[in-house]
Ligand binder design. Structure first.
Ligand SMILES: Cc1cc2nc3c(=O)[nH]c(=O)nc-3n(C[C@H](O)[C@H](O)[C@H](O)COP(=O)(O)OP(=O)(O)OC[C@H]3O[C@@H](n4cnc5c(N)ncnc54)[C@H](O)[C@@H]3O)c2cc1C
Length: 536
């Protein structure tokens, strides 16, 4: 059988590895045979922000997607190569009627790739339908966004899962399409994944995690998410699924909304297992979803913040001061500050951290160690199993103080340790050198008298590093330097916040500035991480 006259509809899966709420799949399936495609791109695999653990998660998710699509009638096709070349080759054997995808929040490298695909599609006369990802408005000609556009979009009905995919025709030589193997790490030239605790990825795991969070684990979310001791089970842990797109943000938002409505009307019975203040927990969770949309929207509007300071007034502040030894100590979790080191080692081992620990790591790198944010951002990107550029770069710059939206936000790692890990459970788990250190010294081991150090089996400077900097002194200097720039920018009338996208006017209703709150314990400076209640 030769390809149908109209050609096949290629659905190009990118960061949307699911069949639920997948508008491009739904639209394509209504029009003819679907060729569901994932392209393993050498430019992505070789990029500075990619790491073996990313491929582990992607492989899991792709295997799951292949099964899900197979149940619909056409398993996922996987190809290796530059996207435009792969599409060109496929199109020779299976003439393409249209290309379908979601918009992807683009790093500079992905933007180049999309440019090449756009040029190929134009030259080949193939329409490319890139549909918006849930909650994000791609900047277009003269669009004026409503501030609540994200919310209106997330309330739209979910795209239905196709009941079946029409079978793909054979190629001109009568051969069926070869699905293509999912390459191993070795085949891609990647080292084996070094995580010790691997969170499962894939659509089935994503939907299970969402249900588990909304039915059970989320009851104490508003209380448990800040501490690295409790966040592992109390936070939603949906980030990896949202990053791979194995969970649609719209589905998560609507499920949380439905749960909130059930709790409001159903009283105690609807609260289910775990008891807890579900109303508060769900409201705070809704705020996080809102924050996700705002961050990604900010990055969509100004993708240059992947590499450049968000607020140009901070240009030149740290660029020439990069200290490779300090950076190496931070990367290795050997700064001498127990919570900083535990957080970095936990991230290296498990691929995930809660917000507070991520913010503290960047604060320590940027303020205590006075490192420009770019190299730390890439190091963290490689360690985060849930790396999402649209959240990552805005958050890194907010924490590093280069977003120009609030005063310096400098976390005191010792006070954070006392507040968030008072019994040292997290620290002792990830920094075994400190196992025998008495509780009273655990958060500041350099204060231990010599005999206590010997009894504890932890001599500072030998078994565990002495502090790489004096936090109080470093924070004072950092705050003064940042304040000088903010003052100069304000005097120049240039401190109104992030600049507009080049060539585009500043718009009302764009990204809302982080809300400034009183410092939390262990945190010096305004805190912008807390969302307003009621994001749902
Ligand atoms: C320096 C830094 C870098 C970060 N990089 C990433 C990243 O690469 N990928 C990523 O998913 N998150 C990132 N975050 C945001 C946040 O820390 C994680 O989303 C969160 O810890 C993931 O755990 P969770 O799914 O249990 O989150 P929950 O607290 O349960 O939140 C639910 C979802 O809301 C979104 N969200 C939560 N907090 C934020 C926030 N402050 N800003 C924007 N969206 C948020 C995430 O999608 C998250 O999965 C970063 C934060 C900081 C400070």
């Amino acid at each position: 059988m030769t390809p149908s006259g109209g050609g096949v509809h290629v659905v190009w899966f990118r960061r949307d590895l699911r069949v639920h709420d997948h508008a491009p799949l739904h639209q394509a399936a209504r029009r003819g045979p679907v060729l569901p495609l994932y392209i393993v791109e050498p430019a992505v695999i070789g990029a500075a922000d990619f790491s073996p653990r990313h491929w582990t998660g992607l492989r899991d998710a792709l295997e799951d997607l292949r099964l899900a699509l197979g149940r619909l009638g056409q398993p996922l096709v996987v190809r290796f190569g530059d996207a435009a070349d792969v599409l060109e080759r496929l199109g020779r054997a299976w003439p393409i009627a249209a290309l379908w995808s979601h918009d992807e929040t683009l790093t500079a490298a992905a933007a180049v790739r999309d440019g090449a695909v756009r040029a190929w599609a134009r030259a080949a006369g193939i329409p490319w339908h890139a549909l918006p990802q849930p909650g994000i408005v791609r900047p277009g000609a003269g669009d004026e966004r409503r501030p609540d556009a994200w919310r209106l979009d997330l309330r739209q009905p979910l795209a239905p899962v196709p009941t079946a995919l029409a079978p793909l025709p054979a190629d001109a030589d009568g051969r069926p399409i070869e699905p293509g193997a999912l390459p191993s790490h070795a085949m891609l030239g990647l080292a084996p994944d070094d995580r010790v605790e691997i969170a499962p990825a894939g659509e089935a795991a994503a939907l299970a995690a969402l249900d588990d969070f909304l039915d059970h684990r989320g009851a104490r979310y508003h209380l448990d998410a800040a501490s690295p001791v409790t966040a592992w089970s109390g936070s939603s842990r949906l980030s990896v699924h949202l990053a791979h797109g194995t969970l649609s943000l719209r589905r998560a938002h609507q499920a949380a909304h439905a749960r909130l409505a059930a709790v409001r009307t159903g009283g105690r019975a609807a609260r289910g297992a775990g008891g807890g203040d579900w109303l508060h927990a769900l409201a705070v969770f809704g705020g996080r979803i809102e924050q996700r949309c705002h961050c990604i929207q900010a990055f969509e509007d100004l993708p240059a913040i992947e590499t450049r300071n968000w607020e140009p007034a901070y240009d030149g502040l740290r660029e020439d001061a990069f200290d490779a030894e300090r950076f190496a100590a931070w990367c290795a979790g050997r700064t001498g500050y127990p919570l900083v080191d535990a957080a970095m080692r936990a991230l290296a081992g498990a691929g995930w951290l809660n917000f507070r620990m991520r913010a503290m790591l960047v604060s320590f790198a940027a303020h205590d160690l006075w490192l420009h944010w770019r190299e730390p951002a890439l190091h963290l990107a490689r360690l985060f199993a849930d790396y999402e550029p649209g959240i990552h770069y805005p958050q890194v710059q907010i924490q590093a103080g280069t977003a120009g939206r609030a005063g310096p936000r400098i976390y005191n790692p010792t006070l954070q340790a006392r507040a968030q890990d008072p019994d040292g459970l997290f620290i002792r788990r990830w920094v075994p050198e400190l196992e025998g250190v008495p509780d009273s010294y655990l958060h500041a081991p350099w204060l231990m008298p010599d005999p206590v150090q010997r009894r504890a089996g932890c001599v500072v400077g030998r078994d565990y590093p002495a502090p790489v900097v004096d936090h109080n002194a470093a924070a004072r200097v950092a705050r003064a330097r940042l304040a000088r720039v903010a003052h100069a920018a304000a005097t120049d009338g240039d401190a109104a916040g992030a600049p507009p996208r080049p060539g585009r006017p500043a718009r009302a209703g764009g990204w809302a500035a982080p809300r400034v709150r009183r410092p939390a314990p262990g945190h010096e400076g305004p805190e912008a991480e807390q969302p307003r209640l009621g994001g749902l």
